[in-house]
Design a protein around this ligand. Structure first.
Ligand code: IPM
Ligand code: MN
Length: 327
């Protein structure tokens, strides 16, 4: 039976890179039953829709969601990010954001597990005396034992199946003594269930140096939402560029459809020109195939994408080269 997948091309280069991803999936012989959703900044500017409850309910019946990029410079920051992307992650409880970084040329092969539903992203806080000289703005970080534990456990599971069986916690326990303490205790306690996994701890600032100078030390990394956001852009930069950075927003319990998207944004400056590299979207498609149980096709797409992602000639040329290789 064909997998039922919601397609959300979105804004800017989003639809262009998703078209190449779908081309490659088809070439790999996997049949998808797709449903298109016209959402993002452009839709919002047209009729004010960000994400309605009926659409969200409809998504619960899907097997997966494949997303390009959402956001346009004409829409104020936060409207689409919070109202669409983060709402999707939170409402569907996609609590793991898995971001693999593989580059033979850079001798890099590690995966960041970013907590995806809590931390500073949870939206705790607000204004007092807004717009006055006495204004106060707070933005709290929400860390629950349940939320941290399920993410950390997923990371240990992944590390226990890897060749190197190594897991690093990244945080800032020397300054964030409340949330850091919860993360560290949880990391150590869950670790007792995984004696086969070697562990390490790095402060976030030190991890930034290691990412640049010695990324080979990493196998699996687990970290909170905001640290993970920043660290994965850096991860892209040190492993073939952001054009290769893919992500899986997972609900490992499989109650909800997981969502697959490139890490890069909508890049309005190059949209519509056929210049965007679709490799990150294609690798995200491979992660989706793997999640859907199409493991052989997933592996073929992944291998071809890593090999041919730097093909010259623009968006369609890269997609064609990878599609030909997996056919
Ligand atoms: C990402 C993006 C999003 C995030 C933005 C667009 C809200 O940067 O997926 O990394 O911060 O999570
Ligand atoms: Mn980001």
């Amino acid at each position: 039976m064909a997998h039922k997948v919601g397609i959300l091309g979105g804004d800017g280069i989003g639809p262009e890179v998703i078209a190449e991803g779908l081309k490659v999936i088809k070439a790999a012989g996997v049949e998808l039953d797709t449903v298109d959703y016209d959402l993002g900044g452009a839709r919002y500017l047209r009729d004010g829709t960000v994400l309605d409850d009926a659409t969200l309910e409809e998504w619960r019946g899907l097997d997966a969601i494949y997303l390009g990029a959402v956001g346009t410079p004409e829409v104020p920051p936060g409207v689409i990010e919070r109202g669409l992307l983060l709402k999707m992650r939170f409402a569907l409880d996609l609590y793991v954001n898995q971001r693999p970084f593989v580059s033979e040329a850079d001798d890099v092969n590690f995966t960041v597990i970013r907590e995806n539903t809590e931390g500073t992203y949870a939206g705790e806080g607000g204004f007092l005396r807004h717009g006055t000289p006495q204004e106060i703005a707070t933005q709290g970080s929400v860390n629950t034992r349940m939320g941290v534990e399920r993410c950390v456990r997923y990371a240990y599971d992944l590390a226990s199946k890897s060749d190197r069986k190594h897991l690093t916690l990244v945080h800032k326990t020397n300054v964030l003594t409340f949330s850091g303490d919860l993360w560290e205790r949880t990391f150590n306690e869950v670790g007792e269930e995984y004696p086969q996994v070697d562990t390490a701890y790095n402060h976030i600032d030190a991890a930034c140096i290691y990412f640049v100078e010695d990324p080979q030390r990493y196998d699996v990394i687990v970290t909170d939402n905001l640290f993970g956001d920043i660290l994965t852009d850096l991860g892209g930069a040190v492993s073939g560029g952001i054009g290769f950075a893919a992500s899986a927003n997972l609900d490992p319990s499989r109650n909800s459809p997981s969502m697959f998207e490139p890490v890069h944004g909508s890049a309005p400056d190059i949209a519509g020109k056929g210049l965007a590299n679709p490799t990150a979207a294609i690798i995200s498609g491979a992660l989706m195939l793997d999640h859907l149980g199409e493991t052989a096709a997933a592996e073929r797409v992944m291998t071809a994408a890593l090999e041919l992602g730097n093909t010259e000639g623009g968006t369609a040329a890269v997609g064609d080269a990878i599609a030909n290789a997996v056919a």
